[in-house]
Ligand binder design. Sequence first.
Ligand SMILES: Cc1cc2nc3c(=O)[nH]c(=O)nc-3n(C[C@H](O)[C@H](O)[C@H](O)COP(=O)(O)OP(=O)(O)OC[C@H]3O[C@@H](n4cnc5c(N)ncnc54)[C@H](O)[C@@H]3O)c2cc1C
Length: 642
Amino acid sequence: MDNVIFSSWNGKIVDNRKGKTSKAPKRADITLPKLPEEEKPLALMGWNGLVVMNPEADIVSLTLRYLKEIRKLSCGECSVCMIGIDRLLDIIGEMAKGEGSKADIAEMKAIIKQVCVNSKCGFGQSALFPVLDSIKFYKSDFLALIKGEKKLEDKDYSCTVTAPCMEACPARLDIPGYIELIKNNKFKESLDLIRENCILPGVVGRVCTHPCEDACVRKDIDEPVSIRLLKRAAADDDLQHGGSSLNGPQKEREERIAIIGAGPAGLAAAYNLRLMRYGVTIFESLPHVGGMAAVGIPEYRLPRDILNHEIDLIKRIGSELKVNTKVEKLSLKDLKKKGYNAVFVAVGAHIGTKIGAEGEDKGYEGFVDGVEFLRNLNLGEKVKPQKKVIVIGGGNTALDCARSCVRIGFNDVEIIYRRSRVEMPASDEEIEEAEKEGVKFNYLMTPVKILAKDGKVTGVECIKMKLGKPDESGRRRPVPIKGSEFTIDTDLIIPAIGQRSELPVIPDKEKIEITKWGTIKVDPITYMTDVEGVFAGGDCVTGPAIVIDALNTGNKVAKSIDCYLQGGSLARGITFEGVDLKKQMGRGFTVKAPAQGVGFLDVKERAGSFEEVEGGYISMEAMSEAQRCLRCYRVVVWEKAI
Ligand SMILES: Cc1cc2nc3c(=O)[nH]c(=O)nc-3n(C[C@H](O)[C@H](O)[C@H](O)COP(=O)(O)OP(=O)(O)OC[C@H]3O[C@@H](n4cnc5c(N)ncnc54)[C@H](O)[C@@H]3O)c2cc1C
């Protein structure tokens, strides 16, 4: 797309149609959506303008196609945009039949202005902007159509629909779509739509870190739409009505796939591969399925009946599941001999990172890594509450350990973190809830030595820190203050500063490259490792991430394995990196309305109980919250070279 002949993208006009260099900004100044090069796009029309790359492009036909696509998304609720788009389609149709006149162009402009000003939602307020550009800058083409000098043609088009929230979601869920269905009391349909890309909706509806809400346009007006809680509402409503089942495939294919690891990535791949009728076997080293969702995330944030229900649905569509089966050495040859045609390695990141303190490797009783502590707890180990516990780290895992200790019955739960609160990676909600539960936070200190007597932890020697210049993470680097060492007495120390993968699964003779961060190197598009037929994804490729990331990878790996086995390549599609999806967003009729709140378990009831802390919406509340969605759909249509 380097040869831009015309562009109105971002409201900046680049017009090189007459071969003259325009005074307006050049291509380099505009960030356009990246279209698939192999499609040799001729022209693109999207909410933010019209871009023409090739003089052969047919702008009137492109405009017609764009109008047809946006018509599909017009909900008709405030009727202005639906009526407006219908009239625009009629006018172009009349022009094509030789029944048009010059006055139609003025009418089109007037309609567009009315729709943009009077529509209630973000979609109606913005979708027609580029049509105005095509009428204005390609007026002669419309006049040629009116005069019968030009015909409308159905060319080869591609279309994509996105929204700021959808682009922020790793799995690109159709967020405005499922919210709209909830708004119309169609909870079941909403859940079906969510499940197309997220097979653990009740889980993600509870624990997702919801990057979508940070991108929500409503955030700039009052508060973001509670997208996560709406997803939870769709899943909870289904359970309250008995829980729907998933349809499994009728006929099997011959090919079998081995999946190593039954976490979100492995489960999503298994589900999608089953829908494609492949035989699937999942090997899982632990007795439970669910990966970190089962043995990491504590029950007070994710009740196990919710997780187990969703896992059961996936199991029931026919994946063979071998728990308590650790794959020690992976050899594709061996697996092929056993009848597997492809392998997906999804082993997560289950080994705690070292804190660099003296004595941490001595195996002292009372020194246990955060992920191991949570795993043991989740697998049913009874932890005896003691007087005091020190948790080391500032991320959500550290918070999960500390808040679990409160529930186990420790009297004194303290976190030590080497930077200040501002730099703490844990979410504000988690920190606030922990504070309410009595967790004490000690900032700007780090452990240097584990103190023990007779092989049992007695305390930790720490040093005070100050903040220096920002490091590569952008956060200010903690610097030790010489001579500031001090001691804290404690019975239990839980370091929780990060995780890495355990990869005995990869034997030396298989030439699978491991990165310097200890993750598996894969092709970024296909997820295939250096060994043909072996794919990898989830936390063991990205490093510790979030559930929705792992689910997304599982979905994509399934498609990639299918392409590998059946021939074919993965479509790269359009990408919106650096594109301001909020541009052109009108503010029309938006009335300020704060988000619907939910109840929380009383703090007094939390100690000694792993009961779920956050409440959900009842249907009416969910429908009311869904009303706040501005439907910021962005449609892009482009003409491809034949
Ligand atoms: C304490 C904690 C809290 C978290 N909280 C959140 C949160 O609130 N929200 C969120 O979105 N994300 C959260 N995460 C992150 C999230 O759980 C992970 O990103 C996600 O589970 C990764 O999925 P995965 O499938 O890649 O790996 P995992 O979930 O780790 O699953 C990998 C599976 O592979 C199995 N396995 C490993 N080696 C072998 C082997 N050799 N043979 C057979 N099986 C093997 C493991 O036992 C495990 O079951 C949290 C993580 C932790 C540790």
